[in-house]
Design a protein around this ligand. Structure first.
Ligand code: F6P
Length: 325
């Protein structure tokens, strides 16, 4: 029996991440390959409410795999958080014949996908965030590019830090999570890393003691990686300078981490995850999240995925302490 042709919507939501375009491309090309139609939904859930839809075909995603950002634009929709907004979004899907939606974004977007599914529109979520803060998956779209950007920035700071015999605090993104910071600190051979998950009352004393001890054995540069969720890097730099006597500067690398051409890993994994999301919609599934875990591409119900807790990797956490002695 011939498979029923579906219309699949695709949107990107929350903070953009390098590799989202590769994911959009994979959604469109997989859907077309399976004989389905595709509608791009612009500006995330806002576009669903405002009927900002475009027809997409295989050609409309040509030449985007190497581009950062998202060609569909993104937003964090306050209106979609209301029951009225969710009902309107679902009505618009029905009006435009959209059977299922691939939602590419972070955990906030997963909740959005769950709400839309409750309104009767099938959804599959794809983890897209530089923060790597989604428990059901060891990979999220954009983390690899972002961590390489942060690593290069920290390498550059080390040069100037050494020349001036200073301490440099580098602030990386991650919202309330410290994964970017921990990876950056290991990759750059940093002296210390401040993580929101582990920050406690005597952390600043330990940091000062560490910088002082390194200085006393002749170290000429000191790199401290601060996760944005810990607090103001300029205040931290001031504290270090006051308590060590070592001139200290702070650098916030900010949104640069969200841009740039995606790495090979981000392009390949984004393609694989997004293609799997379309396969699930094709099979009639709903309220799922695609993931990469224990060495395999897989998927979970959104409810199960959201019940999992992500912690700082204990192996990497031990490693930074061991290697920064
Ligand atoms: O979730 C991605 C992220 O870049 C976080 O690391 C950061 O805290 C936040 O988004 C910044 O959001 P905005 O672009 O709205 O300032």
């Amino acid at each position: 029996m011939a498979r029923k042709q579906q219309t699949i919507g695709v949107l990107t939501s929350g903070g953009d991440a390098p590799g989202m375009n590769a994911a959009i491309r994979a959604v469109v090309r997989t859907a077309v390959d399976l004989g389905h139609k595709v509608k791009g939904i612009r500006r995330g859930f806002t576009g669903l409410i405002e009927e900002d839809f475009i027809d997409m075909d295989a050609m409309s995603v040509s030449d985007i795999i190497s581009r950062g950002g998202t060609i569909l634009y993104t937003s964090r929709s306050k209106e979609f958080m209301t029951p009225e907004g969710q009902a309107k979004a679902a009505d618009n899907c029905r009006k435009h014949g959209i059977d299922g939606v691939v939602v590419i974004g972070g955990d906030g977007s997963f909740r959005g996908a769950e709400k839309l599914a409750e309104q009767g529109i099938r959804t599959v979520a794809v983890p897209g965030t530089i923060d790597l803060d989604i428990a059901c998956t060891e990979y999220t779209i954009g983390f690899d590019t972002a961590i390489n950007t942060a690593m290069e920035a920290a390498d550059k700071l080390r040069d100037t830090s050494g020349s001036h015999e200073r301490c440099n605090v580098i602030e990386v993104m991650g919202r309330t999570a410290g994964h970017l910071a921990l990876w950056c600190a290991i990759a750059n051979g940093s002296e210390y890393v401040l993580l929101p998950e582990k920050f406690n009352d005597d952390e600043m004393d330990k940091l000062v003691a560490k910088v002082k001890s390194k200085h006393d054995i002749g170290k000429k540069h000191h790199i401290v990686v601060n996760a944005e969720g810990v607090g103001d890097s300029f205040e931290i730099a001031k504290y270090i300078q006051e308590h060590t006597g070592i001139e200290t500067r702070a650098t916030v690398i900010g949104h640069i981490q969200r841009g740039g051409s995606p790495t090979c890993r981000d392009r390949v994994y984004a393609s694989a995850l997004a293609s799997r999301a379309v396969d699930l919609l094709d099979q009639g599934q709903t309220c799922r999240v695609v993931a990469f875990r224990h060495g395999h591409f897989t998927d979970y119900s959104i409810a199960e995925a959201m019940s999992m807790q992500k912690t700082i990797d204990p192996v990497l956490d031990k490693l930074i302490h061991k290697l920064s002695r």
